[in-house]
Design a protein around this ligand. Structure first.
Ligand code: HEC
Length: 170
């Protein structure tokens, strides 16, 4: 079992929560590639009223069901991330997921229009973009659990503490 899955499992059974691990995929990119052919973009999803399903658990059950029909299928823990992405669209709140760490590059995916600031070990981090997407540059020896993101979208500010979670949860 990967670190990510064991963190989810520990949280579900109420045991000690393992450190969050990067999620390893790009949720909005997967949506665009595998869901948008039927559902259209985020604006269409909202207009169709599809994101109003509550409670969150029921929306997640539906996303799991949908995730099983795409290729490659979404794993159960990936469907949770997708559910929070959809909820962020509906509420207009910022969404960020920490995707993977490659040396000093901590890759993330954030909703377009979100201002992203990050800090670790007391200093603010510079960000960049390459062919694989957005990243922040980590100081030597730092990892996901040292990073704190501050996200602004419209009037909403949200923080994501990498020692607690690898994506914004709604
Ligand atoms: C082959 C077309 C198709 C694909 C691909 C698809 N969906 Fe759906 N989806 C549907 C249809 C049709 C419904 C409505 C019927 C139902 O609820 O099963 C639906 C319903 C939903 C709902 C529930 C909305 C409601 O009104 O109850 C959500 C949320 C959803 N899809 C998300 C997704 C996500 C996320 C993906 C990608 C992982 C995805 N879908 C991929 C066709 C698709």
């Amino acid at each position: 079992m990967g670190m990510f899955a064991s963190a989810i499992l520990a949280a579900a059974i109420g045991g000690p929560v393992a450190k969050p691990a990067p999620i390893g995929f790009l949720p909005a990119a997967v949506y665009k590639r595998s869901c948008a052919s039927c559902h259209g973009d985020s604006a269409k999803m909202i207009a169709d009223g599809r994101l109003k399903m509550r409670p969150r658990r029921d929306l997640n059950d539906k996303v799991k069901e949908m995730g099983a029909i795409i290729q490659p299928p979404l794993k159960p823990d990936q469907s949770l991330v997708m559910t929070d992405l959809l909820l962020s669209w509906e509420s207009g709140r910022p969404f960020l997921a920490i995707v993977r760490q490659e040396g000093a590059k901590l890759r993330f995916e954030a909703t377009p229009g979100t201002t992203v600031q990050a800090a670790a070990k007391g200093s603010s981090l510079s960000s960049g973009k390459d062919s694989k997407g957005d990243y922040v540059s980590l100081p030597a020896g730092a990892g996901i659990s040292d990073v704190r993101f501050t996200l602004r979208r419209g009037k909403t500010t949200v923080t994501l503490d990498g020692s607690r979670a690898a994506w914004t949860r709604y």
